[in-house]
Design a protein around this ligand. Structure first.
Ligand code: PMP
Length: 355
């Protein structure tokens, strides 16, 4: 007799991670191409010597460091095993079976999976023709059954970001008992002054009695710790309190916590790296535009090529040139900005793609 599992999960597509191909450049997972700084490696080594003990379950050192830097109370910060785990905790904390999560689509691949795993319903709101979040359509999608709205800005995989006015439109239209989660995994790569800092935006919202605005960030991208799995939530206390109740005990390991603290202390150097990636992003986009590709302006550490039906062909072509990109069948390819040499290898492949 086979084990009886949830019938509704049978058709669930699993999360597909970016591929690592030996000998090829990986521009598929929005990682930083450079390894951790020596000070971070030293902190990792020190923590490694104590892994016979369970980690600090509340990640208090990370929380304290973040709260001081962000100007919020420690009780308003919650650390998770990657921000994807916090996405799941947020859905678990807000949604039961008939409740609805609204999110833009195409966006972060984990939103629909998490929603289905938790057993909630989903409404996917298509992007605009310009590959941006459709603010009016998001607002229109919210009903009395909606419990959570994900707003991914900059949006993965299109790189477009919301202005303060656009965020205001969403936040002011959504009832105050519906959680609005601003997913800012790529915040550190934003250079357009019209794009607000989500944490500052959330703080201003709380000051106006809008406790339903929360922000997600991660150490996986700008801080270069994708392999260690650390992300954080900045929210009102009523939200962090319930999010903590649905956590998996000891989910953030001690090595990850030590690396996160060391990375925050090396923030200036790491953010300087981000500025170099942003400069490369401009160079890559301009080169691609010059080749005739459509590339929406990106505020993240990747660019989006809406290739439609030619996506699979482009993916194979890049693979043949030993560059791994992230293809979304029939839609487009997302290409992470790597080092100048990696980007050159990708651009050489793109230049050779038959038009
Ligand atoms: N949000 C967005 C928009 C992302 O693109 C990602 C990673 N791809 C995450 C959250 C999760 O990142 P992590 O779990 O590594 O913190």
């Amino acid at each position: 007799m086979s084990v009886r599992t949830r019938a509704d999960l049978a058709a669930l597509p699993g999360y597909v991670p970016g591929r690592t191909v030996p000998g090829a450049v990986k521009l598929a997972s929005n990682e930083v191409s450079l390894g951790p700084l020596p000070s971070v490696v030293a902190a990792i080594a020190e923590a490694a010597g104590q892994v016979n003990r369970y980690p600090d379950s509340g990640a208090t050192a990370v929380v304290a460091e973040l709260a001081a830097r962000l100007g919020v109370r420690e009780s308003q910060v919650s650390v998770g095993c990657g921000s994807v785990t916090l996405c799941q905790q947020l859905v678990q904390a807000t949604c039961g079976e008939s409740d609805v999560v609204v999110f833009p689509w195409r966006s972060f691949e984990a939103y629909p999976i998490i929603t289905q795993v938790v057993g909630a319903q989903q409404v996917r709101v298509p992007l605009t023709a310009g590959h941006e979040l459709d603010v009016e359509a998001i607002v229109a999608a919210v009903t009395p059954r909606t419990r959570l709205v994900f707003v991914c800005t900059p949006n993965n995989p299109t790189g477009t970001a919301l202005t303060a006015e656009q965020l205001d439109r969403v936040v002011s239209a959504v009832p105050s008992d519906v959680l609005v989660v601003i997913d800012e995994a790529y915040r550190e790569f934003v250079d357009d002054p019209a794009i607000p800092d989500g944490v500052e935006y959330a703080k201003a919202s709380w000051a106006h009695g809008r406790d339903n605005v929360a922000v997600l960030r991660t150490f996986s991208k700008a801080y270069g710790l994708a392999g260690l799995r650390v992300g954080y939530l900045v929210a009102s206390e009523e939200v962090t309190e319930v999010v903590r109740k649905v956590f998996v005990p000891f989910g953030v390991n001690a090595v990850a916590q030590a690396a996160a603290v060391a990375s925050l202390r090396a923030q200036d150097e790491l953010l300087e790296r981000c500025r170099e990636i942003v400069a490369e992003r401009t160079r890559v986009r301009e080169a691609l535009l010059g080749m005739g590709f459509d590339v929406p302006p990106s505020q993240a550490n990747f660019v989006w090529l809406p290739l439609g039906e030619r996506t699979a062909e482009f993916n194979e072509h890049c693979m043949a040139h030993k560059v791994v990109v992230r293809a979304f069948a029939g839609d487009g390819a997302r290409v992470t900005i790597g080092t100048a040499a990696e980007n050159d290898q990708f651009l050489a492949a793109a230049a050779d793609f038959p038009s």
